[in-house]
Design a protein around this ligand. Structure first.
Ligand SMILES: NC(=O)C1=CN([C@@H]2O[C@H](COP(=O)(O)OP(=O)(O)OC[C@H]3O[C@@H](n4cnc5c(N)ncnc54)[C@H](O)[C@@H]3O)[C@@H](O)[C@H]2O)C=CC1
Ligand SMILES: NCC(=O)COP(=O)(O)O
Length: 335
């Protein structure tokens, strides 16, 4: 009896590298070591990806997840929603954007119906999703909406043992400062704390990055540290969270990579992502943090510039699958 978790593998934007990654891993029989996989996406895009990879595996193509025989060939839930003719490599299309939004909804519906125990997704193109009608800031907001989730949520980037959460994410830099409030910082702190605890760290050590040079130099070059970050740290401590900082952001990750912290709470997207991607671009993953379901993707994007060339590296997505499997097994044990 195979008790490995059932995980959906959304192929992602057909014009990007997601389908190729999934095809490569299928050919290597990678998924079976961590889960019972069901590939979710347009089978024509997947077949195109197998063509790029230069190899293939027998497929069990279904249109309803209940039709899957888990002892038979690799299952593909065919969505018929990204025609390769309309979705050429490297081109942003509304068709792919819409398919990605629909895929997320299906993934959540299947999870709620207990048909899958989590899912990974190949990279989405945020602009494509917006053009397809998503008015929310990101897919994480869309996922939270699908779950009616009001508690803290958001991208958690993980590299090795280090987890990061973001106070602000996909907004213009010009708007970061006014979006830094004690409440928002505290939500990112709580998200980091709860997620790390769920991963087995009893009392996570969290560092908060400053916003300004030299952590504001006592207000000489910026007041956000005094006005919002320090009060958020004080409140976190009152809640029993091991939070410290704000550390000048040019030193925060040096300390973190030395092992001084389990998690870093950043103030804006690139503060954490530059550090993590420099350190391990090929390995990083993004968890849809705070949500009930294990949902994980690679930290890299659609890589339109190399899509269709067969040269994409698969290691980050492999780590995403490993993490989703680990989270799903953890939930199985709690049930
Ligand atoms: N997992 C997801 O859904 C993510 C999606 N994105 C989306 O992807 C799109 C493009 O984002 P960019 O910032 O341009 O970054 P990107 O990660 O797609 O590409 C940056 C550079 O890294 C290379 N690269 C990326 N992944 C690679 C891999 N696995 N193997 C070899 N080379 C690789 C690309 O060829 C490119 O030169 C955006 O629309 C963004 O929203 C970005 C990050 C994560
Ligand atoms: N479409 C996903 C996305 O853009 C996530 O990117 P990042 O914020 O993790 O860099």
């Amino acid at each position: 009896m195979n008790n490995k978790p059932v995980l959906g593998m959304l192929i992602g934007d057909g014009a990007g590298v997601g389908p190729e990654i999934i095809a490569k891993l299928a050919v290597q029989n990678f998924f079976a070591a961590y889960c019972r996989p069901v590939i979710i996406g347009d089978v024509r895009i997947l077949q195109r990806a197998f063509g790029i990879v230069g190899s293939s595996v027998p497929l069990q193509i279904v249109t309803d997840i209940d039709q899957i025989d888990w002892n038979a060939d690799l299952a593909v839930l065919d969505r018929k929603d990204q025609d390769p003719v309309n979705v050429p490599f490297g081109k942003l299309t509304i068709e792919a954007g819409k398919a990605n939004l629909d895929g997320l909804k299906l993934g959540v519906d299947l999870y709620k119906a207990k048909k899958i125990e989590g899912f990974c997704f190949g990279p989405f193109n945020k602009a494509g999703m917006k053009e397809a009608g998503c008015e929310l800031e990101s897919e994480h907001h869309y996922l939270a909406q699908l779950f009616n989730h009001t508690e803290p949520f958001g991208e958690i980037n993980v590299l090795g043992d280090l987890w990061t959460t973001r106070t602000t994410s996909h907004i213009p830099i010009a708007e970061v400062s006014k979006n830094l409030t004690v409440d928002r910082i505290l939500r990112a702190v709580r998200l980091a704390n709860a997620s790390l605890k769920n991963s087995g760290i009893a009392k996570p050590r969290l560092a908060l990055a400053a916003l300004n040079p030299h952590a504001g130099e006592h207000g000489l070059c910026g007041r956000e540290e005094i006005d919002v970050i320090e009060p958020a740290i004080a409140k976190a401590k009152e809640m029993g969270i091991d939070a410290s900082g704000p550390y000048p952001s040019d030193i925060t990750f040096i300390k973190a990579f030395r092992g001084e912290f389990d998690g870093v709470v950043t103030m804006y997207h690139d503060q954490g992502q530059i550090a993590l991607k420099l350190r391990g671009f090929d390995e990083g993953i993004t968890i849809a943090g705070g949500l009930p379901a294990p949902i994980v993707t690679c930290a890299h994007g659609t890589a339109y510039d190399i899509a269709g060339k067969g040269i994409v590296k698969t290691s980050a997505f492999e780590n995403a699958v490993k993490m989703a499997s680990r989270m799903a097994i953890h939930l199985q044990k709690q049930a």
